[in-house]
Ligand binder design. Structure first.
Ligand SMILES: [Fe+2]
Length: 380
C-alpha cells in the first residue's frame, strides 16, 4: 500500500513519550502488507534521515500511520488524523469505498496504536458492517440477553436512554471480547455521544497508592444469572453440541471450568446460578504488556443483575478509591459525536466505553458487534 505521509514534527519529552505537531513535510512511502514500516520512496522523493522517518521509527512507528492513502489513480482515499486529545484515530474516507476492503493487518495496527478508531465516510449497510467485522475478527460473539438482528454478527444497542458509565464490554465475565464494534446507522441530532477512555492513560494518571492497591489485589465480580439467561449462554458456548432443552445446570458448571480458577459457578435452588469472576483491574492488552486500567468498576449492567464488585478477598473497594477512579477517568473521556454511517472499533482490552444520555431516541440507531482476534496476528 502506498501512503502519502505528511510527516509531523515529533516532540520528545511531552506526555507519555512524544507529541505530534501538525503536518510539516510530505513524502511517499510504501508499507508492506503486514504494515511493517517504509521500504522505499518513489517519484524522486528520497527518504532522508532528517525528514522525520528515522525519528518516527525510533519512537514506535506511530507517525507512519498518519497521512493520506493514495489510490491507484493518485486520488486521495483515506485520511488518518487524531480523534480527541488522546491516541484515538479518525479514519476518513474521501470517496465512497467499502470498509470491508481495508486490510485486516492495517486496521489492527491502527487499533494497536490508537486504542480506538472512528471510521467516517464509508457509510456501510449493516450487512457490510458485519462483513468488515468478520474480515478482522476470527470469531464473533452475541450477547444472549440482547435483541438479535442482521444475521449472526450484529446486535442492536437497545439499553434505555440514560447515561452509561465507563465499562469494558462483558468485563464482568470471562467472555470479554477483544474488540467492541459500533455502527451508527442513524445519529442523534444532539447529545447521545458514545464515550471512550483509554485505560493506558487512566493507569498512568492514578495515584501511586491506588496503583499499588490494584497491582496487589485482583477484583471480583459476583452475581446471580437467571435460568433463561445462563441457558442461552450455555447454548452459545456449546455451539449446538446439545439441544437447548437438554442443557442442564451441570453443563454450565462444567463449561465454567474451562476458564480456570478465576471463574467459579454454583447452582442456586431456584434454577439460577451464582458466579464469582476474579480478574485484575489493570492488565496487559490484546497488543502488548503495558498495563491498561480497563474494567467495569464504574459500569452499569442493564441486561443482567448488577454485580457486586469487591477485591478478591471479598472486601469492598474503598469509597475514596472509587471516587479517584471516577474523577481521573472522567477527565480523560473522549466523546464520539456520531454521524450517520460512522463505525467505531474499540480495543476492549484497553479502552473503556460508555454513553452520554440519549436526547434523540427516535432517530438514534446504533448496532454493536463483539469479536475476538486470533493471537497469531503480527505484533503492532
Ligand atoms: Fe457497552
Amino acid at each position: 500500500m502506498w501512503l502519502l505521509v505528511r510527516f509531523a514534527r515529533v516532540m520528545d519529552g511531552q506526555g507519555p513519550g512524544f507529541h505530534i505537531l501538525p503536518y510539516e513535510k510530505t513524502t511517499l512511502v510504501y508499507l508492506d502488507s503486514t504494515g511493517n514500516g517504509a521500504r522505499s520512496a518513489v517519484a524522486g522523493v528520497p527518504l532522508r534521515s532528517d525528514d522525520g522517518l528515522r525519528r518516527c521509527k525510533a519512537v514506535g512507528r506511530l507517525e507512519m500511520t498518519y497521512g493520506l492513502q493514495i489510490g491507484a489513480q493518485g486520488k486521495e482515499e483515506i485520511e488518518i488524523s487524531r480523534h480527541g486529545m488522546g491516541q484515538g484515530l479518525l479514519i476518513s474516507a474521501h470517496r465512497t469505498m467499502e470498509a470491508a476492503t481495508l486490510e485486516k493487518s492495517w486496521i489492527l495496527r491502527l487499533v494497536a496504536d490508537g486504542g480506538y478508531l472512528v471510521l467516517r465516510g464509508f457509510s456501510p449497510s449493516i450487512e457490510r458492517f458485519s462483513a468488515l467485522v468478520r474480515s478482522v475478527c476470527s470469531r464473533t460473539m452475541l450477547d444472549p440477553a440482547r435483541e438479535f438482528s442482521a444475521g449472526m454478527t450484529v446486535q442492536k444497542v437497545d439499553i434505555g436512554t440514560g447515561e452509561i458509565g465507563l465499562h469494558v464490554e462483558h468485563g464482568t465475565n470471562p467472555l470479554t471480547p477483544h474488540l467492541t464494534w459500533f455502527f451508527c446507522r442513524r445519529a442523534a441530532r444532539k447529545g447521545s455521544q458514545t464515550t471512550v477512555c483509554d485505560g493506558y492513560r487512566v493507569w498512568d494518571a492514578l495515584s501511586v497508592e491506588t496503583r499499588r492497591l490494584f497491582r496487589s489485589n485482583d477484583i471480583a465480580y459476583s452475581r446471580n444469572i437467571e435460568e433463561a439467561k445462563w441457558r442461552a449462554l450455555a447454548s452459545y458456548l456449546l455451539g449446538g453440541a446439545k439441544r437447548d432443552d437438554e442443557i442442564t445446570v451441570d453443563d454450565i458448571v462444567e463449561l465454567a471450568k474451562a476458564f480456570g480458577d478465576g471463574f467459579q459457578v454454583k447452582p442456586n435452588d431456584d434454577g439460577s446460578i451464582y458466579y464469582v469472576y476474579r480478574v485484575p483491574a489493570a492488565h496487559a492488552t490484546l497488543f502488548g504488556t503495558r498495563l491498561a486500567f480497563a474494567n467495569s468498576i464504574l459500569g452499569p449492567s442493564y441486561h443482567y443483575e448488577k454485580p457486586r464488585i469487591t477485591f478478591a478477598d471479598g472486601t469492598l473497594l474503598p469509597g475514596d478509591v472509587i471516587a479517584e477512579i471516577d474523577s481521573v477517568s472522567s477527565a480523560l473521556i473522549e466523546e464520539i459525536d456520531w454521524q450517520d454511517g460512522d463505525i467505531a472499533i474499540i480495543d476492549n482490552t484497553r479502552v473503556m466505553h460508555g454513553r452520554r444520555a440519549v436526547l434523540d431516541p427516535e432517530r438514534r440507531e446504533i448496532f454493536v458487534a463483539l469479536g475476538y482476534v486470533d493471537s497469531a496476528m503480527p505484533p503492532a
